[in-house]
Design a binder for this molecule. Structure first.
Ligand code: 13P
Ligand code: SF4
Length: 319
């Protein structure tokens, strides 16, 4: 309505005034994704979000997503101010991998190359040899495997399992998971497939193995959006955060997208197909940070220097 339009106009003006660029993940509110598009910012998966900051001249980056995305932006662009609508937006993978326990785990397995998913704290990245996202994890693990390296993988065990079975690499897995994707259910998905035999099934690899097995395409958010436009199917069943439907519908307006079934829709499942932390980003708190310049991401300089090494390896590998 009118309020939303006013908020959007005010945000656009402040972005200019502050020399700020907006970076939004595909899981955030469509209002934020469209604002990022309209203002020459970035809407993308976590790998492209990481890349964007250094490509843009803005002196401030406003990252709409979860904390690890803001930290990654700061690690890669220490000279820029990095703001987030809220610093409370975390991730169950990050929470489930505290840096002291992780360091002890690595110390206990010194013969292994440490590969961590981007969904981790700066301190965990600082202990890693490689950082990966879901769009490059398989290629990087294959490469390390071809060099005979044994891998210590953290924190998402579903993604780890998927890559292990795809590559045959020797991987020791940390026991973490995403509270959104682990709720997708294979039996109900199979039933839905039977109802729509023409549909292609698109699955994010943070989902359980039984769900991944039913997929026609497994991949990062951007890979799934690409599949929705490139496959000839008219109908898709999608197992990932429902925020992705904004970009999917925009990229393939004539196609039909159906949410994959989750455990207890509604009453019992607060996080079903909707990440509660991604959902903390909205127009109001975005406007507030642009007005006040608070909610700034800081990374300890020593941690930053060490975390830059494995992040830099990922960006060089995927260039
Ligand atoms: P990608 O956008 O890299 O696929 O990551 C998904 C994710 O869980 C971010 O929270
Ligand atoms: Fe973390 Fe899952 Fe939310 Fe992504 S969707 S930020 S992996 S909890």
């Amino acid at each position: 309505g009118a309020d939303t339009q006013l908020l959007r106009q005010r945000i656009k003006a402040l972005l200019k005034e502050r020399d700020a660029a907006l970076v939004a993940h595909y899981y955030t509110d469509p209002e934020l994704q469209s604002l990022a598009e309209e203002t020459g910012g970035c809407v993308s998966d976590s790998l492209e979000m990481a890349r964007f900051g250094s490509l843009h001249a803005a002196s401030t980056l406003v990252v709409c997503g979860v904390k690890f995305m803001g930290e990654t932006a700061k690690i890669l662009n220490p000279e820029k101010t990095v703001l987030m609508p809220t610093l409370e937006a975390t991730c169950s993978l990050d929470i489930g991998c505290p840096d002291d326990e992780f360091t002890a785990f690595c110390d206990a397995h010194p013969d292994r190359t440490v590969v961590v998913y981007a969904n981790t704290s700066a301190a965990v990245k600082a202990r890693a040899d490689w950082v990966v996202t879901s769009s490059c994890a398989q290629e990087i693990v294959s490469y390390l495997d071809s060099r005979g390296e044994k891998i210590l993988w953290a924190p998402d065990r579903h993604l780890g399992q998927y890559i292990q079975s795809a590559t045959g690499a020797d991987m020791l897995l940390w026991d973490g998971s995403c509270i959104v994707h682990e709720e997708f259910k294979a039996q109900a998905l199979d039933d839905l497939k039977a109802l729509y035999p023409d549909a292609a099934v698109l699955v994010h690899p943070e989902s359980p193995a039984a769900v991944v097995e039913l997929a026609d395409v497994v991949g990062s958010t951007s890979r799934l959006i690409q599949a929705a436009t490139e496959l000839p199917n008219q109908r898709f069943i999608v197992a990932t955060d429902s925020g992705i439907f904004y970009k999917m519908k925009q990229s393939a307006p004539n196609k039909i997208f159906i949410e994959a079934p989750t455990a207890g829709r509604g009453a019992t499942c607060r996080s079903c197909a909707q990440c509660p932390w991604m959902g903390m980003n909205g127009l109001e708190n975005l406007l507030a940070v642009l007005e006040r310049g608070h909610q700034e991401i800081e990374v300890d300089p020593g941690v930053r220097k060490r975390a830059l090494v494995p992040l830099g390896r990922m960006l060089d590998f995927t260039r």
